[in-house]
Design a protein around this ligand. Structure first.
Ligand SMILES: Cc1cc2nc3c(=O)[nH]c(=O)nc-3n(C[C@H](O)[C@H](O)[C@H](O)COP(=O)(O)O)c2cc1C
Length: 188
């Protein structure tokens, strides 16, 4: 198949969307939208987040050492898009969605999110001398999930349809198909 070279980019690499929740100094919740995130393993599953420049979310993570990362389901997308395009420094986003407090950590969690991590920052990696880009390796202290995602509530595909996680590709949002393509290791 003929190939072309392209500039560095991730247009065809789906990324999950997360709302990162922190409490402001006045204890109101603040949310930002984030995609530069992944997982690693070190004595348990860890969450890895990259924050690119100064923003309220980062100030509050630095100040408290904790935050929530919530999967954006389709129902949450309008509020999530709002939070990703309005800086917390100048917009009060606390009323955009109903929040509950985490079960284990003092972090706000959107009531409508299907699946949320309560995270405590374990290691910080600065990518430049100006401390503009930072990577946070986080301990997952709790997973707060909608009770309808419990294994007793249907097949994985049914529960995936309920969670309806949104992914980002290029500069657009897409839904995830629940069409299964087979289990790991089936293609020997
Ligand atoms: C789809 C989308 C994905 C984003 N992903 C990131 C990200 O991974 N890292 C980052 O630093 N900013 C990211 N942003 C920008 C933040 O969401 C934005 O700066 C927001 O204002 C942060 O909220 P805050 O100002 O309340 O902290 C993203 C924005 C959008 C719309």
């Amino acid at each position: 198949m003929p190939k072309i070279s392209m500039p560095a980019g991730n247009a065809f690499c789906p990324q999950c969307l997360y709302l990162y929740g922190t409490y402001k100094e006045n204890r109101e919740p603040n949310y930002g939208l984030f995609t530069w995130a992944t997982y690693c393993w070190d004595e348990g599953l860890r969450f890895i987040a990259c924050i690119g420049e100064d923003k309220l979310t980062r100030d509050r993570i630095r100040a408290t050492g904790v935050f929530s990362a919530s999967v954006v389901g389709e129902a949450l997308l309008p509020a999530a898009d709002f939070c990703g395009n309005r800086p917390g420094y100048t917009f009060d986003k606390s009323g955009r969605m109903e929040s509950v407090c985490g079960s284990v950590l003092e972090v706000p969690v959107p009531a409508e999110s299907p699946y949320s991590f309560e995270l405590s920052v374990d290691k910080i990696l600065s990518l430049d001398d100006r401390k503009e880009s930072e990577i946070y390796v986080c301990k997952i202290c709790n997973v707060l999930a909608d009770e309808r995602l419990g294994e007793e509530n249907g097949s994985f595909e049914e529960r995936l349809r309920f969670a309806s996680p949104v992914v980002s590709l290029s500069h657009q949002y897409f839904s995830v198909s629940d069409k299964p393509l087979g289990h790991w290791g089936e293609w020997k």
